[in-house]
Design a protein around this ligand. Structure first.
Ligand code: ARG
Length: 296
């Protein structure tokens, strides 16, 4: 079942199977991270400007932030020539079936030719830990994993962004093979090219969004499924990727430093913001959420 407007909803979120929170984090070392091509507007003007030692330092601190929260951090070494491989949310969509009997990943089909070869490294990693790998049908050209496909916390339901990096037909396939309802959200502002740039899910009833990235029908869907929505101001969303924060445990929210409005709003909702610096990655159009992949 793929839904693109509130009129099509025929179920209650709370009646869907529970989805456990993933406890393991995957991160990819930034050995070859650089900005040398432009595949999203944030990269413009940043060619050749990545400070490698600073990028390593920021990456280390992010990994430490996860360890401090008690999560197990697994790493893949970044491969030569794959400059964006560090953004490990994009190459797969990890899943677990509601009866917990099967774990796997849907393999992405990267939109940009520069990123296509990243996927096989992730396929290898997930196979090595016993995950099934599900390939999309040949006819589907674009699907960028958890950049666009985001599990609703606590419930077996998927949010599916599309417009730039993922085509809606990918969700038709995923909905059928995983037997999961998918709620589509269309994106049309190129600076918010992935769903994870404008939707940060917090727990079953809360999310933080940049509302300007969604259509009115998308905003209605978000309002329908979440009881409380924190809205982040445009400048923090566009320039500091406030909505690319990540809440791994329903309490702490790892977020780019300086998102003062978002941080204040999170505190008012009883979340504990954990500020990190991701300025080197912002040059490439990514921040916290893009730099990790959660799996079970
Ligand atoms: N330079 C990368 C790209 O444009 C950044 C990816 C960021 N990842 C994300 N999940 N938003 O593909």
């Amino acid at each position: 079942m793929v839904i693109s407007s509130v009129e099509e909803i025929s179920f209650d979120l709370h009646s869907l199977a529970p989805l456990p929170r993933p406890q393991r984090v995957l991160m990819t070392t930034p050995d070859y991270f650089a900005v040398e091509y432009v595949i999203n507007p944030h990269m413009k003007g940043n060619i050749g400007t990545v400070d490698q030692p600073a990028a390593f330092d920021q990456w280390d601190r992010l990994a430490d932030a996860y360890r401090t929260l008690g999560l197990e951090v697994h790493t893949i070494r970044g491969a030569e020539g794959l400059l964006d491989m560090v953004f490990c949310a994009n190459q797969t969509l990890p899943f677990i079936t509601p009866d917990l009997s099967r774990r796997g990943v849907v393999l992405s089909r990267m939109h940009a030719p520069q990123r296509m070869d990243e996927v096989t490294w992730y396929e290898q990693f997930f196979s090595s830990i016993g995950y099934d790998a599900v390939s999309l049908p040949e006819a589907i050209d674009d699907f960028e994993g958890m950049g666009d496909a985001i599990w609703h916390p606590g419930r077996y339901m998927l949010w599916g962004g599309h417009g730039f990096r993922t085509e809606p037909s990918a969700y038709q396939f995923i909905s059928e093979v995983l037997d999961v309802p998918v709620v589509l959200l269309s994106l049309d502002d190129p600076e918010f090219y992935h769903l994870d740039t404008c939707l940060c899910v917090l727990n079953e009833s809360d999310a933080m969004i940049y509302p300007g990235a969604f259509s009115s029908s998308g905003r209605r869907l978000l309002n329908h499924f979440f009881d409380r929505l924190i809205e982040v101001p445009e400048a923090e969303a566009r320039n500091l990727f406030a909505a690319n924060a990540h809440c791994p445990d329903g309490k702490h929210v790892i977020i780019q430093k300086g998102c003062s409005n978002a941080i204040e709003a999170l505190r008012a909702f009883d979340y504990v913001p954990v500020e990190v610096e991701t300025s080197e990655y912002l040059k490439s159009g990514g921040s916290v959420y893009c730099m990790k992949q959660m799996f079970w």
